[in-house]
Design a protein around this ligand. Structure first.
Ligand code: HEM
Length: 720
């Protein structure tokens, strides 16, 4: 029977109405209080038995209901994205803080009262649809703005640079990183020979390699990642004046990551960790938020930098061009249907609106071709712009017609332009009516297969990134490279890579080499082997250019926001006999700070309290691990803590949290569990006197700090 329960299970969220939500509403199908029908609307009498010649006889071919059901099922799958196959998405809105008319004529950036609906999809790149969220990888950060002038897509990543400079190498990069073709191993991992073979021959990738070997490539949450447009774009104002611009998304909660050991374990405990995190945050109203940042560069300053603005392996240090915070992105509604929205959404860097344009970045230029091309096969034909999630809220009128799965019923006999029979409609807009005008960039060049001279500085910014990292961040990069190259079987590839790292920083190379049992080799011959056949290899070798900045604070996660425990998940580890009053006091304080406390216990149901009220258990120790939490609190209660101290799973839980440098607090007899776990009480918050304002305050402060890296060297030796 249809029930009220069905409604309660809807994801939605409390998103405000928007033109896009109103448009989507027309397509929502809701079975509540409805009878079962076929695709033709025929009511179905019996969905349990096929039509047979007698109760034990063969099924009849004429059973059109059975055939419809099976046929539809047989065709449920579509090809996954060739890259960025695994992702999760949400609806929301964007608003500017004040008019950006000084830079651009884009209508949605003029007025702070304009709320532009958006759909945002986050993704990993290399893995297939069913792979783990916690792969070491770049994360996609794609935003579709449904503006009144048409859709604008900012199809970016969580890392501000890219592996390669020219689209012509994209296929090679992706072939190298994807599972090796003979045995399709490994899934969603760059730690294998073909990837590092390619990288070791591509010095231009070294800056990006520094980023993907850093903890940026294993985020704590999509909500705690930066986003970048990567390429240099162009903003054009109402007078036609153009400026260069870099797009940034700055997360309200700061940039935080997990450790590699956690990433490996989360992949087993909850491979949907990021997807679930996004969904749950939105479902409870903790809406993820970012500020839009812009770095704007006058055209006259284009050539004043040590690097080329058109080179996507370079960033513009914030010390040279500060990031202006200009707007706010909020995600406030989960999709109703993963396939219809998240899977069928089609982003494209060439979806532009007047006032925002691309540049001649040779990677971006190739992307402009790639997305529609791939979507033609992924979504099965040329009409995917009519799928509800892809439709603009702006009106669509043109003479495109027919094709697979056409939805629009175009009226009239005129499907060409110019015409008189249709009154000349649809008419060209002209600039005054918002017609898109391409910036009249002056171009005077010869047809050549070459790159700009500054593109050949492959290592300076890789060194800048390395020098800007804190000591723990540097250590994590070294460990990541030891792991990745440790999985490489061919010794020459490992050696070549270490030689390449030596171009970035000698200490880095030595530390990686030591872990691999190698000496840092002197690279013989040219570093760059991807040289055109007839060219002089010398022309293509890296050159170093002095950078204006030696260190950049913005490149280190150590300088990120650390003032909030909001949405952090805290495990309260308890067993029968726990002090319910201590749980209550800690829980109240955590909830007031916006954190998410959950009780983890050896069994489900409720706990028998030693004092206070009986706490309900959220998770049993069997179903979670401390890697799924940001912090752990062990309340007192003699029977509870002695049971936990004697429970190997509980002990491991605490030990792992300690090893991963998380906030750990214990009160009263809870200290016995720390002792059983081999945790030095001086490194965590251990208070014999029980829960008081001092303990809750210090715990919340420690959670906001994300991790206590000072503990890492010592904690590494803890077996967990
Ligand atoms: C020449 C270089 C590149 C090519 C040829 C390329 C191609 C592709 C293709 C074919 C897809 C799948 C699209 C789909 O099936 O809908 C894709 C997705 C994506 N690409 Fe690229 N890409 C390139 C570089 C980049 C760069 C530099 C970035 C970041 C700035 C990027 C960000 C993304 C994102 C975020 C997605 C996922 C979009 C979604 O969520 O549906 N790509 N790319």
């Amino acid at each position: 029977m249809p029930s009220k329960k069905a409604k309660a299970n809807r994801p939605a969220g409390k998103a405000a109405r928007s033109p896009k939500q109103d448009a989507l509403a027309r397509f929502r199908e809701d079975p509540e209080d409805q009878l079962l029908t076929t695709d033709q609307g025929l009511r179905v009498l019996d969905d349990q038995n096929s039509l047979k010649a007698g109760p034990r006889g063969p099924s009849l071919l004429e059973d059109f209901i059975l055939r419809e059901k099976i046929t539809h099922f047989d065709h449920e799958r579509i090809p996954e994205r060739v890259v960025h196959a695994r992702g999760a998405a949400a609806h929301g809105y964007f608003e500017v803080e004040r008019s950006l008319s000084r830079y651009t004529r884009a209508a949605f950036l003029q007025d702070p009262s304009t709320k532009t609906p958006v759909f945002v999809r986050f993704s990993t790149v290399a893995g297939s649809r069913g792979s783990s969220d916690l792969a070491r990888d770049v994360r996609g950060f794609a935003v579709k703005f449904y503006t009144d002038e048409g859709n604008f897509d900012l199809v970016g990543n969580n890392i501000p640079v890219f592996f390669i400079q020219d689209a012509v190498k994209f296929r090679d990069l992706i072939h190298a990183v994807k599972p090796e073709p003979h045995h399709e191993i490994p899934q969603a991992a760059s730690a294998h020979d073909t990837f590092w073979d390619f990288i070791s021959l591509m010095p231009e990738s070294m800056h990006m390699i520094m980023w993907v070997m850093s903890d940026r490539a294993i985020p704590r949450s999509f909500r705690m990642m930066e986003g970048f447009g990567v390429h240099t774009f162009r903003l054009v104002d109402a007078k036609g004046t153009a400026r260069f611009a870099k797009f940034h998304w700055k997360p309200k909660l700061g940039v935080h990551s997990v450790l590699w050991d956690e990433a490996l374990k989360i992949s087993g405990k909850d491979p949907d960790f990021h997807r679930r995190d996004l969904w749950e945050a939105i479902a409870v109203g903790a809406y993820p938020e970012w500020e839009l940042g812009l770095q704007v560069i006058e055209e006259a300053d284009e050539h004043t930098f040590a690097f080329d603005l058109l080179d996507p392996t370079k960033l513009v240090p914030e010390e040279l061009v500060p990031v202006e915070r200009v707007g706010r992105l909020v995600l406030d509604r989960n999709p109703d249907n993963f396939f219809a929205e998240t899977e069928q959404v089609a982003f494209h860097p060439g979806h532009l609106v007047p006032g925002i344009e691309f540049t001649d970045d040779p990677l971006l230029q190739g992307r402009l071709f790639s997305y529609t091309d791939t979507q033609l096969s992924r979504l099965g034909g040329p009409n995917f712009h009519e799928i509800p999630i892809n439709r603009p809220v702006a009106e669509m009128h043109n003479n495109q017609r027919d094709g697979h799965m056409r939805q629009n019923i175009n009226v009239g006999r005129v499907v060409y332009h110019p015409n008189t029979l249709g009154g000349g409609c649809p008419m060209q807009a002209g600039g005054a009516a918002g017609g898109f005008v391409s910036h009249p960039e002056a171009i005077d060049g010869q047809k050549v297969r070459e790159r700009g001279e500054k593109f050949f500085d492959h290592f300076s910014q890789a060194t800048l990134f390395w020098n800007s990292q804190s000591d723990p961040e540097k250590q994590h990069i070294v460990q990541a490279l030891r792991f990745e190259l440790g999985k490489v079987e061919v010794p020459e590839v490992r050696e070549r890579m270490v030689g390449m790292l030596a171009q970035v920083d000698r200490t880095l190379a030595e530390q990686v080499a030591q872990g691999l049992g190698l000496a840092v080799p002197k690279l013989a011959g040219p570093l760059n082997l991807s040289v055109p056949a007839d060219a002089d290899p010398k022309t293509y070798q890296p050159v170093a250019r002095k950078q204006a900045v030696a260190r950049s604070q913005a490149l280190s996660m150590a300088s990120t926001v650390k003032d909030s425990a909001e949405t952090r998940k805290v495990a309260i580890l308890a067993a029968d006999g726990v002090d319910g009053d201590e749980i209550d006091a800690m829980r109240r304080a955590l909830l007031a700070a916006g954190a998410v406390p959950k009780i983890v216990a050896p069994h489900g149901g409720s706990l028998k309290p030693g004092a206070g009220a009986a706490p309900a258990v959220d998770f049993t120790l069997l179903t979670v691990g401390s890697v799924l939490f940001d912090a752990v609190f062990i309340p007192g209660g003699a029977a509870s803590t002695s049971a936990l101290a004697g429970d190997a799973t509980a002990v491991l839980f605490v030990r792992e949290a300690y090893k991963h440098c998380k906030a750990v607090a214990a009160s009263g007899t809870g200290l016995a569990v720390l002792e059983a776990a081999g945790v030095d009480a001086r490194d965590v918050l251990a208070r014999r006197e029980g829960v008081n304002a001092q303990l809750t305050g210090a715990f919340i402060e420690a959670i906001a700090q994300h991790r206590d890296w000072g503990r890492e060297a010592k904690a590494q030796n803890v077996p967990a």
